[in-house]
Design a protein around this ligand. Structure first.
Ligand code: KE4
Length: 431
């Protein structure tokens, strides 16, 4: 494949955009080479600036669970376009969105829409602090909750990809209020609460982690968070920006049967447009302005276009069998990948939750701890990534990101992917 136009555009972009990208993880720093420029999407396929086509497993980092340009989403947007773009005022559609989400996720009594996942988690943290009158926040190593100052501590996703889990510009005073614990370690949680319980405002966790690659909660981990937060009057926040409406209609909390006090959402509920949301127990949400004294606001919160796309998306994913089909396709893909890795003698294992998955170049039977993720063969991943790319498969350009299957992925796309993987594992085995 030739990428002349992408290379040219990237050279230009470096003059005007930091690193040539509008989000660090897109920069290919984790895999080497320069980022591609894309000009279109069609179902499960992406088209780059040089007209190369790729089966897409990034899906704009999760939102495109229906694939690119789903007809229902396009129709909903066209209908809203005929009425206007933004009003900065209440709309019936945002009421419908809030009502729908509250019906689909029982732990959410009330919902506030914002414009990104970062806004959602930042607001949820402030709300938990306002509600409890406490300052300490507990997060987990490898989890990423957006670029909120106090949460950029041993964060995942782009922060991890760049190998700088902490960020310049974040005052020590902020991160001093953040305790970082090992994911899937209930004892560490118990010890932290034993020491600081009375001062812990909240625990924020990705119930299915997608920013240290895809790592699932071990039995008892989420339950331990729930029990400790209840015991100490701390707020349990499930950051479902990625897992919400991705792993199941009711999110990860419905898969694992643990109820948080607050939930943050994003990605899928925007249908590909900028949306975030936070919601939860009514007594906590009552503290948010204008009803309460915890301030939070946003010019384009509840954007009519984004809500139109989101409502159409939620209708589609709410159809019978949607998630079963998605999970089945994802399982098929992963089984095929493992088969081909084994045939080439490449140590390789996978994790899956619904249509979200992780691939690890590791000897481990299961990867469920951050040190195991970090011990994976990053050189093998880089080789795999580039051979897959050269054979028309677009994976996240980082070993610390989850992959996503959409309802637009079919037999053709899965087979295309497995054929490419055969070549990629052969290349990995050679080195
Ligand atoms: P945004 O502010 O990027 O919309 O959402 C932040 C966020 C919050 N919580 C979770 C669990 C998330 O996964 C994210 C964002 N995810 C990354 C991908 N791992 C976004 C990609 C990027 O940073 O460009």
């Amino acid at each position: 494949m030739q990428h002349d136009r992408s290379q040219h555009l990237h050279g230009q972009a470096l003059n005007y955009i930091p690193g040539g990208v509008n989000s660090p993880v897109r920069a290919f720093k984790g895999v080497g080479g320069n980022p591609l420029f894309f000009k279109g999407g069609d179902g499960a396929w992406l088209i780059d600036a040089d007209d190369n086509r790729y089966v897409d497993y990034v899906g704009a980092w999760g939102p495109l669970i229906l694939g690119h340009r789903h007809e229902r989403i396009i129709a909903a947007l066209e209908q809203q376009l005929s009425r206007g773009l933004a009003y900065g005022a209440s709309t019936e559609a945002e009421l419908a969105m809030a009502r729908t989400v509250c019906q689909l996720i029982p732990a959410i009594d009330q919902l506030r829409l914002v414009t990104s996942g970062t806004e959602a988690t930042m607001s949820a943290i402030r709300l938990a602090r306002g509600f409890t009158g406490r300052d300490l926040v507990v997060k987990f190593e490898g989890c990423y909750h957006g670029h909120v100052d106090g949460l950029l501590v041993k964060a995942g996703s782009g922060a991890l990809t760049l190998g700088e889990p902490d960020s310049l510009g974040v005052p020590q005073a902020y991160t001093a209020l953040t305790h970082v614990l090992p994911y899937n370690d209930p004892q560490a949680v118990a010890d932290c609460f034993a020491q600081h319980g009375a001062d812990i405002a909240c625990v924020i966790v990705e119930p299915v982690a997608g920013n240290m690659n895809c790592v699932l909660p071990e039995p008892g981990f989420l339950e331990a968070l729930r029990e400790r937060c209840s015991h100490h009057g701390s707020v349990l926040i499930f950051d479902e920006v990625m897992s919400g409406f991705r792993v199941a209609l009711g999110g990860a909390q419905s898969v694992y049967g643990v109820t948080p006090d607050l939930t943050t959402l994003g990605k899928v509920i925007g249908g590909g447009l900028p949306v975030g949301a936070f919601g939860g127990r009514r007594d906590i949400m009552n503290c948010i302005a204008p009803q309460g004294a915890v301030y939070q606001a946003g010019t384009l919160s509840g954007s009519p276009l984004a809500v139109a796309a989101g409502l159409a998306m939620l209708e589609e994913v709410g159809k019978a069998g949607f998630y079963d089909d998605l999970a089945q396709k994802t399982s098929q893909l992963l089984a095929g990948l493992k088969e081909r890795a084994q045939a080439h003698g490449v140590p390789f294992t996978t994790n899956q939750c619904g249509g979200m998955f992780g691939c690890f170049f590791s000897e481990e039977e299961t990867v469920s701890r951050f040190p195991q993720v970090m011990a994976c063969d990053s050189g093998a991943f880089k080789r795999y990534f580039h051979v897959m790319l050269d054979n028309g498969v677009y994976l996240a350009p980082s070993a610390f990101e989850a992959g996503f299957v959409s309802s637009a992925h079919g037999v053709t796309e899965i087979q295309h992917t497995l054929d490419a993987a055969d070549k990629a594992f052969a290349a990995v085995a050679k080195n």
